[in-house]
Each structure stands twice: as structure tokens, then as C-alpha cells.
Design a protein around this ligand. Structure first.
Ligand code: ZN
Length: 139
């Protein structure tokens, strides 16, 4: 286990821009406010989405695209550095009109509306390749 104690610093509330990409909005906020380590939660709605599922046997992400309006029932993630770039690692539970849930690693989605809370952390979160999982995990 890799453990560190952190303290919270600045906190932000943001409303995402209609028509923008959900994850890019979070990365733009991180860049604008110089956040290289942060935790966020969000909710809202998207017009479409691409969710990734990590196949633990193939060590590959499998993408699933949804071209339909979806509620963002819950979204959680963090901001870290991946190859020197700000990366918003984003997971979401999305729901259909029927209430059926879709969930996974959110790669992209077009914002219909979104509300976000972001908390800056006093640490550096850098990702590096991990041999056991073939994922880019925190150092
Ligand atoms: Zn993920």
C-alpha cells in the first residue's frame, strides 16, 4: 500500500460548460487554478459518453460508447500528473431514462450540464507505469 497524509488547500465549485467535454473541463479548471493534486465529485447530465472498462486478463481498456442523453448520477475522480500533463482520472455512474445504470472510467462525454466540487491537496500526485497492472498509478 502506498499511503500519504495530505491536507486540503483551496476548494472550488464549478459549473461545466454546455457542449464541452466533461473531462477536458476538469483538466482546464486544474490548469487555470494550478491544481496538480486534487479530488473532485460532480453530478449533472451528459449528451453522450464513452466509458472504459479495464480488462484485468488482457491488461487493456475496452471502450463502450453511448449516444444518448444520460444523467450523471455520481462522478468522482482526482487530478494528477500523467507524463507531465494534468490528467483528470474520472469515474462515473450514468443513468438512462429508465433508471438503468451504466458505469465506468469516463474517457469522454459531452456536457449537458454539470456541477463540480474540487478540493486541492497539498501533495504531488504523479503517475508512473505499474508492472503488476500495466496501469499508470500514483508513485
Ligand atoms: Zn479509471
Amino acid at each position: 500500500m502506498n499511503v500519504r497524509e495530505v491536507e486540503t488547500e483551496r476548494e472550488f465549485l464549478a459549473r461545466l460548460e454546455h457542449g464541452a467535454d466533461w473531462r477536458e473541463e476538469l483538466e482546464e479548471l486544474a490548469a487555470a487554478e494550478d491544481l496538480d493534486a486534487a479530488w473532485f465529485t460532480a453530478m449533472g447530465a451528459v449528451q453522450d459518453a464513452e466509458l472504459w472498462y479495464y480488462d484485468q486478463d488482457d491488461f487493456e481498456y475496452k471502450a463502450a460508447r453511448f449516444e444518448e442523453p444520460l444523467e450523471v448520477a455520481a462522478c468522482v475522480g482526482n487530478i494528477s500528473l500523467l507524463e507531465g500533463e494534468l490528467f483528470a482520472h474520472t469515474h462515473a455512474v450514468l443513468s438512462r431514462r429508465s433508471g438503468q445504470a451504466l458505469a465506468g472510467h469516463l474517457d469522454r462525454a459531452t456536457v449537458f450540464a454539470g456541477e463540480v466540487y474540487v478540493c486541492e491537496l497539498d501533495t504531488t500526485l504523479e503517475r508512473e507505469h505499474d508492472d503488476a497492472t500495466d496501469l499508470d498509478l500514483w508513485l
